[in-house]
Design a protein around this ligand. Sequence first.
Ligand SMILES: [Fe+2]
Ligand SMILES: [Fe+2]
Length: 172
Amino acid sequence: MAGISDKLPEITRSRQGRRWKDRAMKRHPSLIPLSSHHQNALVQAKSLRSRSGKRTAEERRNVAKTFLKFWESHGQSHFRVEEEVVLPTLARFGIARAEAISEMLTQHVEIRALVQEMADLIERNEAPSAERMVELGELLDRHVRLEEHTVFPYVERTVPEAELVRLRERLV
Ligand SMILES: [Fe+2]
Ligand SMILES: [Fe+2]
């Protein structure tokens, strides 16, 4: 289980950009589609967090609506692929009961709960609070970093090459 429960490195934002690039270049081709979704998720996370307390209710509604469109077109299916394809493949060759995997799945539930709450508010023509939007943005950010820095490297180290290639076929 070496490495999988490692603490995430504490890095500054400027260094994070460089490290992200380094990692993306090393990412196994099978996981690149998921990694590119992650970059889109980071853009959404930033939008949820930015100007947090300064937005009017109408502006918060618009940001939330944009986020919900992203969620319905990409986020939901991305989570399902990770749960139904990536993690079961990992579990065949590695250890599913790892701290990082539990944390990843718990975050999926927490993100879904915050998204459901946001969708309910939009349906009622209300606006999510700035605090809730920041909470969701920060959680998404942490989630992407956990997968990119810890879970995906574990998949790459653990799943045999032939199975990683098969994984790609099952992701499309
Ligand atoms: Fe995820
Ligand atoms: Fe992901």
